[in-house]
Design a protein around this ligand. Sequence first.
Ligand SMILES: Cc1ncc(C[n+]2csc(CCOP(=O)(O)OP(=O)(O)O)c2C)c(N)n1
Length: 575
Amino acid sequence: MSSNSLSGAKILLNCLTRENVDCMFGYPGGVTLPLYDALYDYPIRHILVRHEQNAAFAAQGYARATGKVGVCCATSGPGATNLVTGLVDAMMDSIPLVALTGQVSTKLMGSDAFQEADTFGITRSATKHNFLVKNINDLPQVIHEAFYIAASGRPGPVLVDVTKDVFQGQAQYTPVTEIHLPGYRVFSEGHGGQIRRAAQMIWEAERPFVYAGGGIIAGDAHDALREFVETIDAPAVCTLMGLGALPAEHPNFISLPGMHGSYAANMAFSHTDLIIALGVRFDDRVTGRLAAFAPHAKVIHVDIDPAEIGKNRQADLPIVGNVKRVIPKLISELHQLAPSLKQKNAACRRSWWDQIEEWKREHPLVPETSDSEIKPQHLMAEIDRLSNGRAIVASDVGQHQMWAAQLIRFSEPRLWINSGGLGSMGFGLPAAIGAQFARPDKLVFAIVGDGGFQMSIPELATIANHALPIKIIVMNNGYLGMVRQWQELFYNNRLSQVELSSFPDVEKLAGAYGFTGRTVEDVREMPRALEEAVKEPGPYLLNVRVSALENVFPMVPAGGAINEMVLRPPQPVEV
Ligand SMILES: Cc1ncc(C[n+]2csc(CCOP(=O)(O)OP(=O)(O)O)c2C)c(N)n1
């Protein structure tokens, strides 16, 4: 063997080094033994999580907080299958991820060998692309292609399954300098004629409305979005995936739209004559009943993924391209057309703004408070006060997620980290871990329900291990709150399997891992308890007992039109 002959495991690690991977999340096993042995000699930081699902979620937290590709790793069989939820989650939210899995040796494949699973087959629909590497000479090319595919175009998860004999084999290592994927095209620029036409439609609209989503954050186009919104001075919503794309304090920002969006946001959709949809996918949680969605609107839809355009709502003007490239071109066209068109509908646009302001005044998103109990909304308002738009907030899934999205402000992208499309409980805590590794300088909150928290309790060990100063805030209502809400509202309050008794004593639980835990139930103590948690240099587990039966409003019932919002709980009738 010549001097630059390396094991497959080392070749893989060299490739990761070339991709600037500084941190990966994983869990070892039989087939990946050669990889973990080689890792010993590499400067790549490996974080040992306590469950592979959390490796994928933590890698996502890292990716969501930075925009870099997150990396996770699992062994064959159960290790790989444990990753699947995290992969689908990344797929739904377009998060760049490379998942490395071990596979049994090539000669054993198909023999039901110990810990053999058809990872390639299982993850085919869970990933943007996947590879099975059975020949060591393919390894460098495949790894770099995996990173390229994960990060380019519409980002997403890519899985590379590597057989044990490839890890153990030896080969010359020649660094790959070029990616050649003839069947994979990324459309970035947008069509010039369409962009010009869009500018014209925008100036001609009487009630224009900007609908911005996760694509703005993925495309790093938040500055462009802001300039665009200011150029046309239109009201704007950011979706659950897009919160922070426009600063929450920006005068043109309304709120998130959709099932738990604000009255103003949803009414605006119902009355606008032009939706400018930027990096969004007309998700059913935004549109409500599609047939009744935005009945008066023409649609300009900009997206990097041609498959998104016209998928749910027909676009009157489609533009396939990267929002970061397209929006500046659109702005320049708008400036060119402004002298002849800008004033045309100025009066209509002024009354459109008056109408928006009136809707905002009629039903603002204000946190409920009470003197006798901790309202969940009050808790979110206090977290908002301490964050002041700047902390990273990783949320789990449920009512707390919706209240956090409604009430916590984000002044920039990549602060709000949540599982949007898949809605995976158990996401929040490991995602916070990934985000804290990515941004050690940042205050990181993990806001979790008492249900989702119990899905990720094992990761308290990872937090303790690394003394991660994450502030874990359990919004404890004693229920699987969001499911209980639906049972109350749509199943005659027949509560079935939603009560969560036997929640652990958090002082003992956190204490068992060597950090501080506390329960707060008195509303007068809650703000101070949060401040103490934030002040603590290390991790902190704060269990906040909130009112048990609070529901998230506004709410568009499933199947309802977006303007058919239930705005508040039924008021007791006075006699
Ligand atoms: C893995 C997974 N299982 C089930 C669900 C369905 N689900 C959505 S919200 C929810 C309740 C969450 O309860 P909790 O974590 O206590 O949060 P809360 O709604 O009370 O804020 C459930 C069970 C889910 N989203 N993910």
